[in-house]
Design a protein around this ligand. Structure first.
Ligand code: 5GP
Length: 183
């Protein structure tokens, strides 16, 4: 399965099984913390797609699902300068408990932009759940209420994360071989 894509990997950093296990833990934690609240999951497209889908099913309390898409400069590997909103949330979040679902927080620039635009809409609470956290690269320090895994400096793909729109459907998180990235 996924044979050709797996062959492009130098290393599998996080297995499908480890992801499933961690997502269940996060789901249980969020279910406890948000019991009795008006939880809205706001997924950041497109990277958070699978994480949100799995996480939502691991949460046992009622919730709403929404998505936002932002535009940034340039292709995947170096993208960090957010330009604007391509597709906004459909839900109004005033008075509700917004949990932003991110694929990865790297420099923190993207997330800081998102938190700024969400904060003015006055949700009851505003927290972040990121699948991956590359803390060593952080420029803006942001509180992450939930995170799946902390990862090292290297560029990763899989489980929603792409390289030039490919590898999003890999069920694991991997590091690409250098020759693939130059191709
Ligand atoms: P930040 O604004 O925190 O620097 O970057 C966040 C965004 O950059 C992520 O949402 C993601 O789209 C992209 N990104 C950062 N690191 C990686 C990575 O290792 N792999 C992939 N595929 N995208 C990344």
């Amino acid at each position: 399965m996924h044979h050709d894509m797996i062959q492009d990997l130098a290393e599998v950093l996080i297995t499908e099984e480890a992801i499933a296990h961690r997502v269940r833990e996060l789901g249980a934690e969020i279910s406890r913390d948000y019991c009795g609240k008006e939880l809205v999951l706001a997924g950041v497209l497109r990277g958070a797609l699978f994480f949100l889908a799995d996480l939502a099913r691991a949460i046992s309390i009622p919730l709403a699902i929404d998505f936002i898409s932002i535009s940034s400069y340039g292709p995947t590997t170096k993208a960090s300068g957010v330009v604007g909103i391509r597709k906004d949330l459909d839900e109004s979040i005033g008075g509700r408990d917004l949990l932003v679902i991110e694929d990865i927080v790297d420099t923190g620039l993207t997330l800081s932009y998102l938190l700024k635009i969400f904060r003015v809409r006055q949700p009851s609470s505003l927290q972040v759940c990121t699948f991956l956290d590359r803390k060593v690269r952080r420029i803006i320090d942001l509180p992450l209420a939930y995170r799946g895994f902390e990862i090292p400096e290297k560029f990763v793909v899989g489980y929603g994360l792409d390289y030039d729109q490919r590898y999003r459907n890999l069920p694991c998180i991997g590091i690409l071989k250098p020759e693939v990235m130059g191709r």
